[in-house]
Ligand binder design. Structure first.
Ligand SMILES: *Cc1c(COP(=O)(O)O)cnc(C)c1O
Length: 408
């Protein structure tokens, strides 16, 4: 396989990252006007205090166990392994969580934080509707009003998720400005949020945005890596050789990576969407093809034009099409602690069908990117290599789309 891994330097301990200003090396921070920076600092202070309290910790732990169904199991996919003729495939089954993906892990963390901070309304943006459904679920559970901003174009496209959010009691705001998609939804949600930041809570849906969100969302998702770090050796007698996850904003990858960060023998691999090719607007492989830049209040790798404006992005998996990426990932790439590769739509669809038909597991199109990379590399890696893949979500949401696309 082609490897971009540089010699791994000694890493700062996980607990040390980010620094007090929210930087992971040169990435992250709060690239915001002073009044917004003050708001973010207040959230950071509240989070750092609340997360130390027994009440908060116990409540979250209890919900993970009794509401989400954690711990999620690790499953050895023997038929897929056999079919690919090399490395062994193990899946961390985040698809089995309540609501069907890893997003519920941070949605609950954020909703509980909002409750402990005495907020009266949670605001969130959503693209494909996955973060919207997870937040609507968490808010129904903790009893907080929830307002989801979603582009009018996405509302038409992602109808089942829109219906779910309504049933769950969320207020849906249709955003009619700009291209009526995710970026406009972010702007609209933020506009509402700054009307009353003392009483409102803005729940970001990945390890992106200004500090403290990349840290907070990573912390909430770290349960995935913590569990896997115990489960995998208990199951196989050793650590995995590779831990692989798809990367949109990067939350499911950060979650599982965090459990293995200090295990130098474990290679961490993030898989980005190469969409329909390398043309501008045809993919969203930010770490693979982007360069450092600033948008949405933080510094990170970014797909951008010469003036620093974000490029349009595309992927068959709507959960992966974001022109920036979590700042922690950018730092891990530069340090050589993690490597990042891109997988296109065609390979993703093939993995989606193979996992379905060889294992009876329909994966989310997002997760199928990570599976596709391991399928491609399995022979090269060889049968002695154990690969742990974060199966970030289930593919019910994608079933109709794939069937139409493949003419099933
Ligand atoms: C949203 C989503 C992703 C991408 O988000 P990350 O923050 O990169 O994890 C991946 N998989 C599923 C199932 C999703 O819903």
């Amino acid at each position: 396989m082609t490897s971009t891994t540089k010699k791994t330097q000694k890493l700062p301990s996980e607990e040390m990252l980010p620094d007090a200003k929210g930087y992971f090396g040169p990435y992250g921070g709060q690239e915001l006007p002073p009044h917004l920076k003050a708001i973010m600092d207040e959230i950071a202070d509240a989070y750092l205090k609340v997360r130390e309290t027994a009440a908060y910790q116990n409540e979250l732990k209890d919900l993970y166990q009794h509401y989400v169904g954690r711990p999620s199991p690790i499953y050895y996919a023997s038929r897929l392994t056999e079919a690919c003729g090399g490395a062994k495939f193990y899946f961390k089954r985040e698809d089995l969580n309540h609501t069907g993906a890893h997003k519920i892990n941070h949605a609950l963390g954020e909703a509980l934080l909002a409750k402990h901070m005495g907020k009266t309304k949670v605001i969130a943006e959503t693209g494909a509707g996955q973060h919207g459904v997870a937040m609507a679920t968490a808010c129904a559970l903790v009893g907080l009003p929830c307002e989801i901003h979603m582009g009018a174009v996405d509302i038409v496209k992602e109808h089942p998720n829109v219906t779910k959010m309504k049933i769950l009691g969320a207020k849906l705001i249709a955003v009619e400005s700009g291209t009526k998609t995710l970026k406009d939804a972010v702007d609209s949600a933020f506009e509402e949020y700054v009307k009353d930041p003392d009483n409102f809570f803005y729940a970001i849906g990945s390890v992106v945005g200004p500090h403290p969100f990349p840290m907070m969302v990573r912390d909430f998702q770290s349960i995935v890596g913590k569990e896997a770090r115990e489960q995998f050796p208990a199951m196989t007698g050793e650590l995995p050789d590779y831990v692989v996850a798809c990367v949109g904003g990067g939350s499911n990858a950060m979650g599982i990576f965090s459990g293995f960060m200090d295990d130098a023998s474990v290679k961490l691999v993030g898989i980005e969407p190469c969409g329909r090719g390398l043309g501008k607007g045809d993919h969203a492989a930010t770490l693979t093809y982007g360069k450092p830049g600033t948008m949405h209040g933080f510094h990170s790798y970014m797909l951008q034009d010469d003036t620093g404006e974000p490029d349009p992005v595309y992927s068959i998996a709507s959960g992966l099409d974001y022109p920036s990426v979590g700042p922690h990932h950018s730092y891990l790439k530069d340090l050589g602690r993690a490597e990042y590769h891109a997988i296109d739509d065609t390979a993703c669809l093939d993995a989606f069908m193979k996992l379905s038909q060889l294992e009876g597991i329909i994966p989310a199109l997002e997760s199928a990117h990570a599976i596709a990379w391991v399928m491609r590399e399995a022979k090269n890696l060889g049968p002695d290599v154990k690969v742990l893949i974060n199966l970030s979500g289930r593919g019910d949401k994608d079933a109709d789309f794939v069937a139409e696309k493949l003419g099933l």
